[in-house]
Write a protein that binds this ligand. Structure first.
Ligand SMILES: [Zn+2]
Length: 513
């Protein structure tokens, strides 16, 4: 197949653009003029002046959770507790007999007045139907009394917070480990629910130009979900799968190392958490506030266990102290992991002290960030991190320091929409307001590298993914225009026209006129 009459952005600096692209089977075989001697008359696709980029790669997504969230009550954008409760009331009709009412996306800091939710306000509308409403950052959940009753008072776990009222009774809000423990124990979706939702989610992701993801739902059974989809032929994106670090000894015991899998699904890295989040005010800070999930010493042991088993580690760190301790742990263990070429990463890296910014590059630890979090968190960051913002969402500083910067959505916290993330990284605003801390904006080119080339590198796939050069998979997205030739104000209008995975159209095959 020849894609011609458009702009091919190869992402390869030695040949940044080509006028046409030749594809044979699953692979890119060459640029302009290389096809004549190759195969019998190729299919010709007229790009009509459109632009082709490598398929978009989302470096941080909770895929089954995001896919399930497409069918849940969505509380994003609610402006008051009453509005959130009203949305729950409207959704009750869709709950099947004996089932849960599940929802997500609330953020009490967005409500006027700012108020913490309680089980009592939920009970008034839900009655005896158990309800679990996950906060936008996934680090808190809001339950009603019917849900809480399932735990019979057994809510406290290490690293967790059980909010209580003045009489010592649980308010219905659980944070961190308490929230996750409850959800996993009592409110988890079944494997079948996850498979079904993910099958539909893949189509939606393909329609947004996504051909690869780094999944974070390994602890939830995502590996099995994706394996089932792979078996039935509906895994239409490449997955670099996380697994919880707690299982590392089992992986080592059977000799399963990072990189094992199929062309579409590979076991990738271990996931751990240093702290909570900005929104739940559980990020671990140098001022002493926040929640510690993993200590520096514990992370060192996790990294060492990863070395023994052949796995890199991705550790969630939001607060300035959490990031410092994660960097300290990678530094202390560097002689053990660096010679193995393990591609270690810190997820989010949201608040850094200025002295910690250059350590990502000097240690060789990637910053796996979410461009879209900067403009969507701006108000909370101004409020909770006032006076500390010099190293907050410091994407440009990280880039200029030489760090490996990868971009993800953190869906369902933000939508799984890499183009929206790219625009957020460049414009640093989501609304009519001027850019937030515009000195930390990245260029379109940098945003594209962080969404194509870098994630491929992190997944040890740099020789076959992330660029449109011969020998790479024909994973690509067709855009309606060339984003590198757009005015900044036009970037939001760029549309995904079609998506190809391994030489096969997975969204909107041509012709397009
Ligand atoms: Zn996440």
């Amino acid at each position: 197949m020849i894609l011609e009459n458009g702009v091919i952005r190869t992402m390869e600096p030695s040949l940044p653009t080509a006028g046409a692209l030749a594809i044979a089977g699953e692979w890119i075989v060459g640029g302009v003029g290389t096809h004549e001697a190759a195969l019998a008359p190729p299919d010709r696709v007229d790009l009509g002046g459109r632009c082709v980029l490598p398929g978009l790669n989302d470096s941080h997504v909770h895929f089954p959770t995001w896919a399930l969230a497409q069918g849940e009550v969505r509380l994003e954008g609610t402006r008051s507790l009453e509005e959130a409760v009203a949305r729950v009331r409207d959704a009750l009709g869709g709950v099947r007999q004996g089932g849960w009412l599940r929802g997500r996306g609330w953020r009490s800091a967005d409500w006027a007045p700012v108020v913490e939710p309680t089980r009592h306000v939920l009970d008034e509308v839900t009655g005896s139907i158990p309800a679990i409403l996950t906060a936008r950052d996934s680090h808190s959940c809001w339950l009603n009394s019917a849900a809480l009753a399932l735990a019979d008072g057994d809510l406290a776990v290490p690293g967790g917070v059980v909010e209580v009222d003045s009489t010592g009774e649980p308010t219905g809000v659980l944070r961190e480990e308490s929230c996750w423990h409850f959800r996993d124990r009592y409110a988890a979706a079944t494997l079948e629910e996850m498979v079904e939702a993910s099958r539909a989610g893949i189509r939606l992701a393909n329609s947004r130009g996504v051909t690869a993801i780094h999944d974070k739902d390994g602890w939830l059974g995502a590996l099995e979900v994706f394996q089932r989809l792979d078996e039935e032929g509906s895994l239409l994106l490449r997955v670099w799968q996380s697994l919880p670090y707690e299982r590392v000894e089992e992986l080592a015991a059977v000799g399963l190392r990072s990189g094992f899998g199929s062309p579409l699904l590979r076991v990738g890295y271990l996931k751990a958490f240093m702290d909570g989040t900005l929104g739940s005010q559980t990020a671990r800070m140098l001022d002493g506030s926040g929640v510690q999930i993993t200590s520096r010493e514990e992370l060192e042991e996790i990294v060492r266990a990863g070395v023994r088993a052949g796995f890199p580690v991705a550790v969630h760190a939001i607060g300035d102290l959490a990031n410092r301790e994660a960097l300290d742990a990678f530094e202390a263990t560097r002689p053990e992991w660096a010679p193995l070429g393990l591609r270690q990463r810190i997820e989010h890296a949201q608040l850094l002290t200025p002295e910690d910014v250059p350590r990502f590059a000097s240690l060789g630890v990637a910053a796996s960030v979410q461009f879209s979090h900067a403009p969507s968190d701006r108000d909370m960051a101004e409020r909770f991190w006032a006076g500390k913002l010099a190293g907050a969402y410091a994407f440009c500083s990280l880039w200029e320091s030489g760090a490996v910067v990868a971009n993800g959505s953190d869906a369902p916290i933000e939508e799984l929409d890499p183009w929206a993330g790219i625009v957020a990284g460049v414009l640093r605003t989501l609304d009519d307001r001027p850019a937030w801390r515009p000195e930390q904006a990245v260029t379109v080119e940098q945003a594209l590298v962080a969404t194509t080339v870098t994630p491929a590198w992190l997944a040890r796939d740099e020789r076959r993914l992330g660029k449109l050069v011969p020998g790479h998979y024909a994973d690509l997205v067709v855009l309606d225009r060339d984003p590198l030739a757009c005015e900044p104000g036009e970037l939001r209008e760029v549309q995904v026209v079609a998506t190809m995975l391994a030489g096969r159209w997975v969204h909107n095959p041509p012709p397009w006129d």
